[in-house]
Write a protein that binds this ligand. Structure first.
Ligand SMILES: [Zn+2]
Length: 125
């Protein structure tokens, strides 16, 4: 059975599960892919760090309430957080590392700092 190499597109013969014409192409392809996923991780980390810095700047010493628009203006990305904590009252705080927030009203955000007791409710995202 003839197939084309995933990297260089040359046709080659071999086992049905073979995807590359050579070890060289396989290694090069894997390195490329690694770079893509490392880049993805780096981008997510960058967004999370930025979110964390914004929460740190707006609520540096524990509980504080801010308007959602301040977070928006500073470029906070609500899609990205590291983990969550759900209270008995079913409020789910979203954290960016040790800083967390809860949307308490339509336009208000409560900023908190991670506490050790929250670990029981730890949920990896
Ligand atoms: Zn090849």
């Amino acid at each position: 059975m003839k197939r084309n190499c995933l990297l260089c597109n040359e046709s080659f013969a071999g086992r049905a599960d073979k995807k590359f014409c050579s070890d060289q192409c396989r290694n090069a392809f894997n390195n490329q892919n690694k770079k893509v996923h490392e880049q993805f991780i780096a981008n997510v980390n960058k967004t999370l760090r930025k979110n964390r810095m914004i929460l740190h700047q707006l609520g540096p010493v524990g509980k504080s309430t801010v308007r959602r628009e301040y977070l928006d203006k500073m470029g906070f990305d609500f899609q990205f957080f590291t983990h969550s904590y759900t209270t008995k009252n079913n409020n789910t705080y979203k954290f960016c590392y040790e800083y967390g927030y809860l949307e308490i009203e339509q336009d208000k955000i409560l900023i908190v700092i991670w506490q050790d007791y929250m670990r029981t409710g730890f949920k990896a995202v």
